[in-house]
Design a protein around this ligand. Sequence first.
Ligand code: UN1
Length: 509
Amino acid sequence: MNKDFLQVLGLQEKNHGTSTGLESSALSQTYIDSYSPVDGAYIGSVSTTSRKEYDLTVAKAQEAFKVWRHVPAPKRGEIVRQYGEELRKHKDALGRLVSYEMGKSLQEGWGEVQEMIDICDFAVGLSRQLYGLSMHSERPGHRMYEQWHPLGIVGIISAFNFPVAVWSWNSMIALVCGDVSIWKASEKTPLCAVACQNIFHKVLRENEIPEGVSSIINGDYRVGEFLSMDTRVPLISATGSTRMGRTLGAVVAGRMGRSILELGGNNAIIVTPSSDLNIVLTGALFGAVGTAGQRCTSTRRLIVHDSIYDTVRQSLAKAYTQLRIGNPLDQNNHVGPLIDQAAVRSYLASLEKIEAQGGTMLVQGGVLEGAGYESGCYVKPCIAEINHDAAIVKHETFAPILYLLKYSDLDEAIAIQNGVPQGLSSAIMTNNLREAELFLSSSGSDCGIANVNIGTSGAEIGGAFGGEKETGGGRESGSDSWKAYMRRQTNTINYSTQLPLAQGIKFEL
Ligand code: UN1
């Protein structure tokens, strides 16, 4: 396989440190090796960040913050604009690296880089729109307004499944807000982080901006804990499992820090009798098998009206037979591998639970073997018919397993859709206005994202991204999510010659 993209991204060396300028004796001697789930081949290594390196990284970030917060926001936007331009030039290579290191299809790898470019564009515009409100004071000769100031260092913890886009949603917004960031990428996709950083540092150097504006640290949850426990880091934005978020959220809250949590999803599509079957099939298929079921927004449950259940069931089963599973860099394939063999084991454990909990397989699962599947990470997307209350249906398995469920009236379907601990994304397929509006009403979907005639995955960057309940409540990316990355200050100015007290209080000597 042609791996020229590694060279284009400056990854021809095999070992990548954190370039903190420490003597080698102070550097950690342990490495994280990255293997591709595509062909099982070794790609390269990054050194694990030691405590000493971490402290040095924070010190550099603090110094950089002192400079960066004084750069006018539109000028910060200009740096982000230049990064967006570099990403356009590197879209092909970076998309290929994402596909190769993470295993998603090349189309989706490029799509992820496109999300990075889009968020850069969004952030550039935002850099002139960090608006505060002005209020009318209750006192004569007084003016009141609010302004938004940079917060400081933002710790970004990202997952393997979106190894580049999720960092950019956070860091590009944080940057125009005047913050600096320290990124701990997933230890399963460390080279994607190095590549993003290489491209960004070139832009920083060209503009003589301190490199501490954006740093990366490498390691597992222990390195993540350096960040979550650190009072010098006022905000942690973390994407990952609910288990990780529960622990991290408590630690950050315990030190009165802020967190933005984007955790597990258990996303459903309600399929109503008036729905357009072509839209249902494409939306459900991409939602369930795209990224091999490893998006937080992946469709895990299809809740189908009993009058059309058999038709949907048959069409879907037929569509699954046409799926091509294999090397994701080959554009003839629809589905690539899972991230690693641990993910394969968890997929297999879920298949066993489905059976134990009374489910039957409409489309069989299993691990693929033989030529092209040597990495041992390729699995068959499958469909199970099972009771909506079964424990396994309430659990997020990060794999292409779709549960087919039946309903007879819409209130019941909404109750099933909401009856899981997670609350990220949801959708209804309908051409009936009443059904659509009920689903979107306050007694409808309880998720952070609710769509009509669109699947659950593939959200655009312009909206706020995140969800309720065990999904963690955080919002990232578009809309006014930027507010979480700044501190709000209310200012009242007295330009009169008196000092009237608020609430009409009299205080005289
Ligand atoms: C994630 O899986 O963590 O909506 C993010 C989507 C993508 C982002 C998913 N834009 O599917």
